[in-house]
Design a protein around this ligand. Structure first.
Ligand SMILES: [Zn+2]
Length: 303
């Protein structure tokens, strides 16, 4: 049997999936060894692929990398210790007769949702990954948009707040990520809960709790969610006004708030977007943590 390996390199974990005909057969999860500037990572991945091979024939490898990528060339991936590296060459020298696709991890996840997940059947989509930060990917007419320096789809750094904006880890102020990520939601909750009668007055508050409390009727939690969805809808309107996708996919841990979140963003978007992009649909991602390996596999499969 012929198979393709879909790989997602994360800051703490690496996932390797074995796919045949687009179906996920088995996976292997490795710890990301960031020692020595991440120099063991690729060997660890190669070993995992070889173990997954068994008697089957490897015909393709797709890898999602946590950093900017253009044309198979990684421009850097700080959180795993990598500088510029020609990853395509590295993989090809180990597996000379195999199709190799290297892409950014958020782009891979977008590709995965497009080809195998919630956005199946669409051709032009934007995905927002609402996790610890806010990432994203853009596919137009089935083509992944990488941008001149591999940073297309970095929607987390759209400026959504002008007055008294939060400082972002990127160095800018008022970035969407500061308000629509899990971290941002908790920050807003800490701001709004002060000396008020709310269920938010507990230690180690999580973003999930804020959404749960809001749905259970806690007023301050609802204010937090309203604020978050205002900014998120504003960011989505900016994106849609520029690239006019068919759908915007909401993914990442925060999107587990589900229909409650989706419906709010979709309706607020209507009041903020340019009239000609009002038909933009909002959908929830369905592949969860597997979106990246599906997308990496798909990219290799399409070569
Ligand atoms: Zn930023």
């Amino acid at each position: 049997m012929e198979f393709i390996a879909g790989v997602n390199i994360g800051g703490t974990e690496i996932k390797v999936g074995k796919f045949s005909d687009g179906k996920l057969l088995s996976t292997k999860v490795l710890k990301t060894d960031i020692s020595n500037y991440g120099s063991n990572i690729m060997n660890d991945i190669f070993m995992a692929i070889d173990e997954l091979s068994e008697q089957d024939t490897l015909i393709g490898i797709g890898i999602g990398v946590p950093g900017p990528v253009t044309n198979g060339f990684v421009l850097g991936a700080q959180n795993i210790g990598w500088e510029k590296v020609d990853l395509t060459k590295k993989v090809t020298s180990r597996y000379p007769h195999v199709k190799v696709a290297i892409l950014n991890d958020a782009n891979a996840a977008t590709f995965g949702e497009l080809a195998y997940g919630s956005a199946k059947g669409y051709h032009s989509v934007v995905m927002l990954t609402l996790g610890t930060g806010v990432g994203g990917g853009i596919v137009m007419n089935d083509q992944l948009l990488e941008g001149a320096s591999g940073s297309a789809g970095e929607v987390g750094h759209i400026r959504v707040k002008e007055d008294n904006p939060r400082h972002c880890t990127c160095g800018l102020f008022g970035c969407l990520e500061q308000y629509a990520s899990a971290t941002g939601v908790v920050k807003t909750a800490y701001e709004l809960r002060k000396e008020k009668d709310t269920r938010l007055n507990k230690h180690n508050l999580t973003c999930k709790e804020v959404f749960d409390f809001a749905q259970a009727g806690d007023e301050i939690s609802q204010m937090v969610v309203e604020q978050m969805t205002d900014y998120l809808a504003s960011g989505c309107a900016t994106i849609a006004n520029i690239i006019n996708p068919e759908v915007i996919i909401l993914g990442g841990g925060v999107s587990k708030a589900g229909e409650y979140l989706r419906a709010k963003v979709a309706s607020k978007f209507q009041k903020l977007c340019f009239y000609a992009v009002k038909d933009t649909k909002f959908i929830l991602a369905t592949l969860g943590n597997d979106a990246g390996i599906y997308g990496a596999m798909h990219a290799a499969r399409m070569l």
